[in-house]
Design a protein around this ligand. Structure first.
Ligand code: FES
Length: 241
C-alpha cells in the first residue's frame, strides 16, 4: 500500500464520518465506505491486497483492532464497512508454504494430504481458524475431514474458501488450511466428481459458433444495456431442476 500522488486529499461535504487509523495514521472517512474504499478515500493506493473488490478473490485480508477492545478482528476489506475507532492493517500477502504436486500423480486419500501437508496432524482443535474466517467457514472441520481422507466432505466444507490466508496466520499449529482446501478440491474434481456430460456438448457448441451472434451482440452493448439484460435474464433455479 502506498500513498497515491493524485486524489490524496479526503473529499469534503460527506457525512457522517468515522475516525479510523490506517497503519497508525488517523483518518476521518465517510461511515458509508468499506475498509477498502476508505483506505483509498484517505489517499492510499492499493498496489497489493486488492483484487476483485467483490468478495471472491480473497486478496484483501485485513487485520484490525477497535478502540478499547483487546481482540484482534479479521475481515475482507472489500466486504466490511468501516467503524469508528478501527486500527487497520492491510495484508499484502500471506507467506504460507504451498506444496508442489502434479494432481495426476496423486490419489484422493488421507495419505496424500499427509504427504503434502503433514502439519494437519498437528491440529490442536482450537478452532482459531474458524473464528477468523471472513467467510464463516468451519475451517477446523474441513481440516479434520482432510486429515481423515474424507475428501468429499472436506471439499463441501471448504467450497466457499477464497484463500485469503487469515486462517493460516492465526493457526498455532502452522497449518496452511487454505492450501489444504485447494488440494482437497483438486482431488475431488480430478478423482471423485462425475464427469459432466453436458460439458463436451457445450464446448462443441462453442467451437461450432452457436454463440457467435450472441457474443457480437454483447460486444456492441453499453454497460447499462448489459446490466439491464442481466437483470431481465431467465433465472434457472438449479436446486429445483
Ligand atoms: S478484493 Fe477480492 S475479495 Fe476483496
Amino acid at each position: 500500500m502506498s500513498k497515491a500522488k493524485a486524489n490524496s486529499k479526503p473529499k469534503d461535504n460527506v457525512s457522517p464520518t468515522v475516525r479510523i487509523y490506517i497503519m497508525g495514521e488517523a483518518k476521518d472517512v465517510p461511515a458509508s465506505l468499506t475498509i477498502m474504499k476508505a483506505i483509498e478515500y484517505a489517499g492510499y493506493k492499493l498496489t497489493r491486497g486488492a483484487g476483485c473488490r467483490a468478495g471472491f478473490c480473497g486478496a484483501c485480508a485485513t487485520i484490525y483492532r477497535k478502540e478499547g477492545d483487546y481482540r484482534i478482528y479479521t475481515a475482507l476489506a472489500c466486504q466490511t464497512m468501516v467503524e469508528d475507532g478501527m486500527y487497520l492493517t492491510q495484508l499484502p500477502f500471506v507467506p504460507a508454504e504451498k506444496a508442489k504436486y502434479n494432481i495426476k500423480d496423486l490419489s484422493p486419500s488421507a495419505e496424500t494430504i499427509l504427504r503434502y501437508y503433514p502439519e494437519v496432524a498437528r491440529c490442536l482443535s482450537c478452532n482459531a481458524c474458524s473464528k477468523v474466517c471472513p467467510q464463516d467457514l468451519s475451517v477446523m472441520d474441513y481440516v479434520q475431514y482432510a486429515l481423515q481422507g474424507q475428501i468429499e466432505k472436506a471439499t463441501e466444507a471448504s467450497f466457499d474458501c477464497v484463500s485469503c490466508g487469515l486462517c493460516a496466520i492465526r493457526c498455532p499449529a502452522e497449518i496452511p488450511q487454505y492450501h489444504v482446501a485447494e488440494l482437497v478440491r483438486r482431488l475431488y474434481g480430478k478423482y471423485i466428481q462425475k464427469y459432466p456430460e453436458t460439458l463436451d456438448k457445450r464446448v462443441k457448441e462453442i467451437e461450432d459458433g452457436v454463440f457467435e451472434e450472441g457474443f457480437k451482440e454483447f460486444m456492441s452493448m453499453s454497460h447499462d444495456e448489459i446490466v439491464e439484460k442481466y437483470k431481465a435474464r431467465d433465472f434457472i433455479d438449479q436446486k429445483k431442476k
